[in-house]
Design a protein around this ligand. Structure first.
Ligand code: TPP
Ligand code: MG
Length: 210
């Protein structure tokens, strides 16, 4: 829906909000397509490392060994690393919901970036995740140093892979690449939303399917 809205009316600022399960699990195919296309939308993922709404099944970002009603012997799959995957697009940040001012600064940067931007926001699920709690994240989250260069892809991959006693927070990778809208031939004559529909032509198309 976000891709459709942006392509029809590129003047819109499009922000998508969703969970780790919805984005990296159920909607994973859309997520990968958006990265590859580099559509100019901002994706905010509320990553609590669990399917919360459906009452606590493991999500693609759940920790190995995480025990749930659906995974009683613990998760055995390797967790998905969204931050490392998005490096095919252009703007990827990791945030912590406990640092509101820092997070709002990241959201501003992501919105002004032209192309696909992801902020993976680490945040607790107080009902169904008793492992990755507020204090668990608080103990580990560290802001990236001021001299960190988000254009350095190799360094960014290392930071993205880091997931243990320290989890880096901030803009991990940023590189400029033309967004999908710039390369979409039909948009070169202006946004679709402002164009008139040729009713006669439309009637002919519909007629051809009868
Ligand atoms: C395609 C599809 N599959 C399954 C569901 C059922 N469903 C609704 S919410 C949800 C879990 C969402 O988890 P997450 O995105 O992590 O959000 P949270 O509740 O943790 O914030 C599922 C499986 C759905 N809505 N759509
Ligand atoms: Mg979730």
């Amino acid at each position: 829906m976000a891709t459709g809205a942006k392509l029809t009316n590129p003047g819109l600022t499009v922000i998508v909000e969703s969970g780790d399960g919805c984005n990296y699990g159920e909607g994973g195919n859309h997520f990968l397509a958006a990265i590859r296309r580099n559509i100019d939308v901002t994706l905010l993922v509320h990553n609590n490392q669990v399917y919360g709404l459906t009452k606590g099944q493991a999500s693609p970002t759940s920790e190995p060994g995480f025990i749930t009603k659906a995974q009683p012997s613990g998760v055995t799959s390797v967790p998905f690393n969204p931050v490392a995957v998005v490096m095919r697009a252009g703007f990827v940040a990791r945030a912590f919901s406990g640092w509101e001012d820092h997070l709002s600064g990241l959201i501003q940067q992501a919105i002004s970036y032209r192309g696909f931007s992801l902020i993976d926001i680490l945040q607790p699920c107080v009902s169904f995740n008793k492992v990755n709690t507020f204090s668990w994240y608080k103990k580990r989250c560290r802001e990236l140093p001021v001299d960190y260069d988000p254009k350095n892809r190799e360094a960014a991959l290392k930071v993205a892979e880091e997931w243990g006693d320290t989890i880096s927070i901030g803009v991990i990778y940023r590189h400029d690449r033309p967004p999908l809208e710039d390369n979409f031939p039909v948009l070169q004559e202006g946004p679709l939303v402002g164009r008139q529909v040729d009713r006669n032509l439309l009637a002919k198309v519909i007629e051809s399917y009868r």
